[in-house]
Design a protein around this ligand. Sequence first.
Ligand code: G3P
Ligand code: MG
Length: 250
Amino acid sequence: QIAVPPFDVPRVIAHRGASASAPENTLAAFRRAHALGAPWVEFDVKLTADNRPIVFHDDILSRTTNGQGPVAAAPLAALGDLDAGQWFDPDFAGELVPTLEEVVDLLAEMGLGANMEIKPCPGRDEETAAIALEVARQVWPSEASPLLVSSFSRTALDVARQTAPQWPRGLLTEALTDDWRQAAEAVGAWSIHCASEPLGPSGVAEVLDAGYRVMVYTVNDPGRALNLWDWGVHGIFTDRPEVLLPLAGA
Ligand code: G3P
Ligand code: MG
């Protein structure tokens, strides 16, 4: 049931790309992550109104583009006119909202691994997972290339389990709720991805004892990262790979 990957997760993963030094979830952020030495990136996938998978975090356009309104109401052609870089810094004006295909092509070219987080707009869990995984199946370089699929949506992970069992699955959870083991078993998770704030050494030990990889988001503080690794955390999502990489060891 659990897809055991032919790779392990690295200790440092660039969260939405190198999102402290480039606009999150853009090709510029993934290029920056690579330039800074990050071996993997994390990115978020959701669907446009016309069911195209794009790499984008929020359900609405206004925080990270010059557009407005829900992503789920915008067709891909309308997103093509938006600027996804100017909000971050005028130096990044002209950055676009990338499609999943564009991101995968760039990662393949740079040889980066990835954690693809399926982040459905409200009520679109099933089709987001089905379409994102179908497109990933078509364009991801090979099964040996590191790809870890994660989601807060158990529905999305269940679709992944059924349609793309070759890729390991990560269960995202803000905190280790009473039912985390049950959820992890139900979706055949390989890893558990927890928010940093509520997590302590006993929580990490509980997940490790149950046989899962432990990944933690989002950690930009070097002291916190050192503690987490010390407790046995395998991978950390950070906006600042340049800060954590020098501490991560081999
Ligand atoms: O996948 C880890 C992390 O990205 C989950 O939270 O909101 O940054 O997508 P968020
Ligand atoms: Mg994410």
